[in-house]
Design a protein around this ligand. Structure first.
Ligand code: SAH
Length: 216
């Protein structure tokens, strides 16, 4: 077991170097990847792949995003300690844990009850500051709005109006938008009716789907 941990530690250092080489320069993102152990977010038969730059399977046909995608979105979000961040698409809880390790107060919404519950069980042990909510991300999470940052980790058909509304003035939203492939957009809310927008290339995400579900 000790040897296993030692091997995983080496693999983690290598992954962080790879992220750096691919253009992740925000030291707080890299420090969070050092702190949060990705293998804890996948089943044990996948541990030897947990620090490769790959998306891995979760239950219910969902995936934990590529480490590079998680790092890239986290960097685009320009997280500051104390930021209130809303995440849409909890999945494994890994992205939420990275943002929390960067000092954000994280609220994360998941539409699949099984995934929500298993992330909840895990994060209660690893990082109990993260607030998880079983709901439909198209509605956001009005209870704790406004948020200084919003990150969507599933491919959205369009930018949901509720999310624009729940973003604080001066806040930043990072969201992949499209039908088959998804263009990464960063939206800054300049004031209540004015938004600035930049795009950052195409990515592949699982689709953002409407309404909560409870499937085994
Ligand atoms: N951030 C996750 C990535 C999970 S993949 C991680 O770090 O592991 C995207 C997730 O978005 C899936 O779990 C999927 O069920 C969820 N999702 C899809 N549509 C959604 C919606 N409308 N509201 C909330 N979550 C949604």
């Amino acid at each position: 077991m000790m040897t296993d941990n030692y091997l995983l530690l080496g693999a983690k250092k290598k992954l962080i170097e790879e992220l750096r080489q691919k253009g992740i320069t925000d030291e707080r993102v890299l420090a969070a990847f050092d702190k949060v152990e990705r293998h804890r977010f996948v089943e044990s038969f996948l541990w030897d792949k947990a620090y490769e730059n790959k998306a891995l399977k979760l239950m219910n046909g969902q995936t934990i995003s590529h480490p590079y995608t998680v790092a890239f979105q986290s960097q685009l979000l320009q997280v500051q300690p104390g930021d209130k961040v809303l995440e849409i698409g909890t999945g494994s809880g890994f992205q939420a844990a990275i943002l929390s390790a960067m000092g954000a107060r994280v609220f994360s919404v998941e539409r699949q009850q099984q995934l929500h519950l298993s992330a909840k069980r895990l994060l209660e042990k690893l990082d109990d500051r993260i607030v998880l909510y079983y709901g439909d991300g198209f509605q956001g999470y009005p209870r704790f709005a406004p948020y200084s940052k919003i990150i969507v980790t599933c491919g959205a058909p369009e930018v949901p109006a509720a999310l624009l509304q729940q973003l604080a003035v001066g806040g930043i939203m990072v969201i992949p938008v499209g039908d088959e492939s998804h263009t990464m957009r960063r939206i800054v809310k300049v004031d209540d009716n004015q938004y600035d927008e930049e795009t950052f290339g195409d990515f592949l995400f699982v689709p953002m789907l409407k309404e909560r579900v409870n499937v085994k």
